[in-house]
Design a protein around this ligand. Structure first.
Ligand code: ZN
Length: 313
C-alpha cells in the first residue's frame, strides 16, 4: 500500500505534524486576491506592518491562538495550529460519516455514531488536539491521522483536512492583518469599540475569502472560515468572548448569514458539529432533536442551547 511522508527537515520547523503545511498557509494568504501581495508589500514599506510572522514553537500547552501586537507583528502558535488541524479533521470526518447521511435519511438520533472506524479515529484525533489546552504532547500526533505521514486509505480525508486548515489560517491571518489595515492598533478603544473592530475584521477577511468561493478552493474556504471561528470556543466552557471579543456564536452566525446558505448546505451542519464537540468535551448536556429535516434546523436548535448556557434561567 502506498504511504506518504511529506516532511523535509531542512525546511519544516517545529515539533508537530502541521509543520509541513506552513508554506501552504503563506501561499494561500498571499494569493487570496490577485494584488494582495502588492497590498502587503505597500503596508510593510509605508505603514509599519512587520514583514514575516512571529511563529511560536514552544513545548508548552496552548495559551493563545493568534494576535497582532502594537508593533504590527502577527503571532501564530504551533500548538494552537495543531489543535485547529485536529478540529478540521474531526469536523469533516464526523460530519460526513455521522451527521450528513443520517439527517438526509431522516435517521439522525441526536447522537454521533462512534462505532464507525473513521469516526472513532476522528474522535481520538480531536481529543488529542484538545488535550493541548491542558498539557503539551507531540509524539502521539504521529500515531494518529496527521498531515505529515499517512497511508493511502487516509489520503482523501487528510488532504481535504489540509485544505480546510490552510483556509482557516488564511482567514485568521487576514483578520489579524486587517487590525493593522484599519488602524485598530493605533487607537485606545472602549470595550464596545473593540468588539465592533472584531466584527469589522471578520467581515474584511470574509470579504476577501468570498472572492474565492467560485474556485476549486471554494468549499475549503467556506468550511475553513467556520473552523476558524468555532475553534475559539474551546478555550473554556463559557461560549463568551470576554471583554475584548464578541461572543463566538454571534461572530459565526454573522458570517454564516453572509454565506447565503440553503437549508441543506453542509456548512451549517459542520458549524453545528463544532458546538456538539464542545458540549461533549465540557460534559455539558445539549438538547438535540431526534428528528431534523435539514442542517439549518439543527444549527438553529444548537443556538437555543447556546443561549440557554449563556443566560441560564
Ligand atoms: Zn481580532
Amino acid at each position: 500500500m502506498n504511504s506518504y511522508d511529506t516532511y523535509n527537515p531542512l525546511t519544516h520547523k517545529g515539533y508537530l505534524p502541521i509543520r509541513v503545511l506552513e508554506y501552504n498557509i503563506i501561499d494561500w494568504f498571499e494569493k487570496v486576491k490577485p494584488d494582495f501581495l502588492d497590498d502587503l508589500k505597500y503596508e510593510v514599506e509605508n505603514s509599519g506592518l512587520n514583514a514575516g510572522i512571529k511563529y511560536h514553537i514552544e513545548k508548552s500547552k496552548i495559551t493563545s491562538s493568534s494576535y497582532i501586537d502594537r508593533n504590527k507583528s502577527i503571532h501564530l502558535y504551533e500548538t494552537y495550529n495543531q489543535f485547529l488541524w485536529t478540529l478540521c479533521y474531526a469536523l469533516m470526518v464526523i460530519f460526513d460519516k455521522s451527521i450528513k447521511l443520517p439527517v438526509l435519511m431522516k435517521t439522525f438520533s441526536g447522537r454521533i455514531n462512534v462505532e464507525d472506524i473513521f469516526v472513532k479515529r476522528a474522535i481520538a484525533v480531536f481529543q488529542t488536539g484538545v488535550s493541548l489546552y491542558k498539557d503539551y504532547s507531540d509524539t502521539v500526533f504521529y500515531e494518529l491521522p496527521n498531515p505529515e505521514k499517512y497511508a493511502e486509505f487516509e489520503k482523501l480525508y487528510i488532504e481535504k483536512t489540509n485544505s480546510i486548515y490552510v483556509a482557516a489560517l488564511t482567514f485568521i491571518l487576514i483578520h489579524e492583518y486587517s487590525h493593522h489595515y484599519f488602524g485598530h492598533l493605533d487607537q485606545v478603544s472602549s470595550k464596545d469599540q473593540l468588539k465592533k473592530d472584531e466584527f469589522n475584521s471578520d467581515d474584511y477577511a470574509f470579504g476577501l475569502i468570498k472572492q474565492n468561493f467560485g474556485s476549486e478552493k471554494g468549499w475549503s474556504f467556506r468550511v475553513g472560515v467556520i473552523a476558524a471561528l468555532t475553534s475559539i470556543i474551546f478555550f473554556d466552557n463559557s461560549l463568551e468572548g470576554g471583554n475584548e471579543h464578541p461572543d463566538p456564536d454571534e461572530r459565526l452566525s454573522k458570517i454564516l448569514s453572509q454565506m447565503e446558505l440553503n437549508d441543506l448546505s453542509d456548512e451549517s451542519g459542520i458549524a453545528t458539529l463544532s458546538f456538539i464537540l464542545w458540549s461533549i468535551h465540557y460534559n455539558i448536556q445539549f438538547e438535540l432533536p431526534k428528528e431534523v429535516s435539514c442542517f439549518k434546523e439543527l444549527y438553529e436548535k444548537i443556538l437555543v442551547n447556546v443561549a440557554a448556557i449563556k443566560r441560564p434561567s
